[in-house]
Design a binder for this molecule. Structure first.
Ligand code: OGA
Ligand code: NI
Length: 373
């Protein structure tokens, strides 16, 4: 039974990591299943390696010299003369921090609260019901999964995910679990519209026509990831999400009030504090590549917590699973003799295959596509 072994895995000589991963995977009940079984200590495959923990001590601590505040950008007055200021702030934030929060973005709080509640309702369905959605199949549009990189990563994360590809091909709502169907469809529609606005602002920030990134299909497809981080009995020993950058053009993240999201900025981990009603926006690897490093796709992570569950809903703008052959490279219009292309072109398929094969190993997938290393 999963959860029966609640020692840290004790004897290294007899510990069979693969067997333990498989046992966890085959339970199809995710991290929540383990948490519900009442374990007091983490199975060994969740433990961060000591060198990871040591690296953290080096780069955080009370003597932090920079107190970064994640920029908050007001989108409320775009039509009333506020657009140039918003574009300037998007450029500044995208270039310097890679992360910002948006307020007055047009998505009502009832929809924000509703979609998190819906995701929670899914994760809190009886295990027997959720089992039917559990999958690791690459091609599945809607799946419940835990640790997409379970077999590749150095350690597992304290997190389960409901993963749904919402476009470009419209998802048949009937594929979504009934408890979250209507809210996910509504949020999907609204977050796509917000994404469109953001790509227009990002295009302008690069000095391009507002529709430039849209014409490159950046808002054409998106996936919703409803993350569930159960309360963790030993949060200091694992992670909710290991440090990574996102394998997409752009991510719009809705987080609840618990906190734990951090970004890596100037050699330190900085909190992205929950702001009621706000959405967190971050540049993905593909937009860093297309912007030839003007925009930064930065490392971020989520701490595990005694308090929980924590819910978040990430919207990845990407053409995941869509058979596009379009090649993505640094945008020609922003290159010059002084600013030569820093990356080679790649197809989305090649990029995502490479990212997934690597798992969240603490390195950037972009390095693989960089011309000048
Ligand atoms: C992600 C991510 C952060 C969060 O889905 O890529 O970084 O707060 N999520 O869940
Ligand atoms: Ni992320």
């Amino acid at each position: 039974m999963v959860g029966a072994d609640d020692s840290h895995g004790a004897d290294p000589a007899t510990y069979d990591r693969y067997r333990e991963l498989k046992r966890f995977d085959e339970s199809k009940s995710g991290v929540k299943g383990l948490a519900d079984s009442g374990i007091a200590s983490l199975p060994r495959f969740f433990l961060r390696p000591p060198e990871d923990i040591a690296a953290d001590r080096h780069c955080s601590g009370p003597a932090a010299p920079t107190r970064l505040e994640i920029p908050v950008i007001d989108l409320g007055s775009l039509a009333a003369g506020g657009r140039p200021a918003a574009v300037a702030r998007v450029l500044e934030a995208g270039r310097e921090v890679g992360f910002f929060q948006v307020v007055n973005h047009g998505i009502p709080e009832s929809v924000l609260e509703g979609v998190l509640a819906a995701a929670r309702a899914f994760h809190e369905l009886p295990a027997e019901v959720k089992v039917g959605y559990y999958s690791r199949e690459m091609g599945r549009k809607v799946k419940f999964t835990s640790n997409f990189d379970l077999y590749e990563s150095k350690h597992a994360n304290w997190r389960d995910t409901l993963f749904c590809v919402m476009g470009p091909e419209p998802l048949d709502p009937l594929e979504l679990p009934l408890v979250c169907r209507d809210m996910m469809m509504e949020y999907s529609r609204q977050v796509k519209a917000l994404g469109t606005t953001l790509f227009e602002l990002l295009s302008e920030a690069l000095g391009l026509k507002p529709d430039h990134l849209l014409k490159m299909d950046c808002a054409k497809g998106h996936a919703l990831l409803g993350h569930y981080y159960p309360a963790c009995p030993e949060p200091d020993l694992t992670m909710g999400t290991t440090k990574h950058s996102d394998p997409d053009f752009l991510t719009i993240l809705l987080q609840d009030h618990i906190g734990g999201l951090q970004i890596y900025y100037r050699d330190q981990w900085v909190d992205v504090p929950p702001v009621a009603g706000a959405l967190v926006v971050n540049i993905g690897d593909l937009l860093q590549l297309m912007s030839n490093d003007i925009f930064k796709s930065v490392w971020h992570r989520v701490l595990a917590n005694h308090v929980g569950p924590r819910l978040s809903m990430a919207c990845f703008f990407t053409l995941h699973l869509y058979p596009t052959t379009r090649m993505y490279g640094p945008i020609k219009e922003i290159l010059s003799e002084d600013r030569p292309a820093l990356y080679r072109e790649t197809s989305l398929r090649e990029f995502v295959t490479y990212y997934d094969s690597k798992g969240l190993d603490g390195t950037s997938a972009l390095t693989h596509f960089r011309l000048v290393k």
